[in-house]
Design a protein around this ligand. Structure first.
Ligand SMILES: [Zn+2]
Length: 131
């Protein structure tokens, strides 16, 4: 019976597809839950860990704004000087050269995090984001 054989083949094919979908679900790794962390500076929970910085002495995650505020406490800024984040865990004091704040010169850099330091909470976050 040639017709029956055709049906068998179709059924087999469908089974194969279903199996592939099941495998895909199983492969998806279960990510560890990130522990809820409180900022050691303001004691409030850090809701967006991806934008937080590490405290240079303890390595704990702190709010970006708290790090900025702490830097601002120690820096004597001129009238046109501002602290901006320049990336890689570092800030800089810049002086804007125009009113629209598009051009600026870096007056001095303010390293915040230890350079090259791999913080545990950030590694976990990067793993979670698939970086
Ligand atoms: Zn904070």
């Amino acid at each position: 019976m040639p017709e029956g054989r055709k049906d068998d083949r179709r059924r087999f094919y469908r089974g194969g597809r279903r199996n592939r979908t099941e495998t895909k679900v199983e492969v998806k790794p279960k990510l560890p839950e990130l522990p809820a962390v409180d900022c050691p500076y303001c004691k409030k929970p850090i809701l967006d860990v991806s934008s937080s910085l590490a405290d240079p002495s303890t390595g704990a995650a702190v709010h970006f704004d708290c790090a900025l505020a702490r830097l601002a406490e120690y820096e004597r800024l001129g009238p046109e000087e501002h602290i901006v984040y320049i990336g890689r865990g570092a800030f800089a004091v810049v002086e804007f050269l125009d009113k629209s704040h598009t051009r600026f010169s870096i007056k001095r850099s303010l390293p915040w995090e230890k350079e090259g330091e791999k913080y545990d909470w950030r590694l976990q976050l990067q793993k979670r984001m698939g970086i």
